[in-house]
Structures are given as structure tokens and as C-alpha cells.
Design a protein around this ligand. Structure first.
Ligand code: HEM
Length: 67
């Protein structure tokens, strides 16, 4: 998902110029959280990479300041 939003996919163009890396991850995390909610399962199962559910990107994102 992150790749698709960063580089675009077929008809959908890249969003890298409108959303920085942190913002793109925030959108992906938001979508994954909504998907987990819709499934009715525990949020933990499908959002392993989303350690924080607050929309905060992964702490090890060292490129936060970039772009
Ligand atoms: C920030 C907002 C958006 C996010 C996070 C997003 C995310 C995604 C992702 C993850 C995919 C890949 C789905 C897959 O691999 O099956 C995708 C595909 C697609 N998106 Fe978006 N999208 C966004 C905005 C938009 C907008 C505004 C449009 C239309 C103007 C759009 C049109 C499409 C289309 C047509 C595809 C299918 C591409 C293909 O495989 O042929 N997206 N989007």
C-alpha cells in the first residue's frame, strides 16, 4: 500500500508530492485500522506494524524531516 501511494499504481498517480513519508504512513495506518475495525477482529492481528494506533508513524522512521 505504501509503495502504491508513493510511486503510484496504474491509474493512480504518486502522492509523494502531496504527502510526505510520514503522512503517507499515517494514511496507510489509518486504512489498516479501519479495515481491522470493519472485520470485527482484534486490532492487534492485522496492524502489527502499527505499534501506535494514534496515527503516529513508526518510531524508527528516520526520514521524518526529509521532504
Ligand atoms: C491518499 C489517498 C489514497 C490512498 C492511500 C490510495 C491507496 C491506494 C492503494 C494502496 C492502491 C493499490 C491497491 C492494490 O494494490 O490493489 C490504490 C489503487 C488505486 N487508486 Fe488509490 N489511493 C488514494 C487516492 C486515490 C485517488 C484520489 C484516486 C483517483 C483519483 C485513486 C485511484 C486509484 C486507482 C484507479 C487504483 C487502481 C490502480 C490499479 O491497480 O489499476 N486513488 N490506491
Amino acid at each position: 500500500m505504501f509503495y502504491s501511494v508513493t510511486y503510484g499504481k496504474n491509474l493512480m498517480g504518486s502522492y509523494a508530492s502531496q504527502l510526505n513519508r510520514t503522512q503517507r504512513w499515517m494514511v496507510i495506518h489509518y486504512i489498516k485500522a479501519e479495515q481491522a475495525k470493519a472485520k470485527g477482529g482484534t486490532t492487534a492481528s492485522t496492524t502489527d506494524s502499527t505499534k501506535t494506533s494514534s496515527g503516529t508513524p513508526a518510531a524508527n522512521d528516520s526520514t521524518k524531516a526529509a521532504k
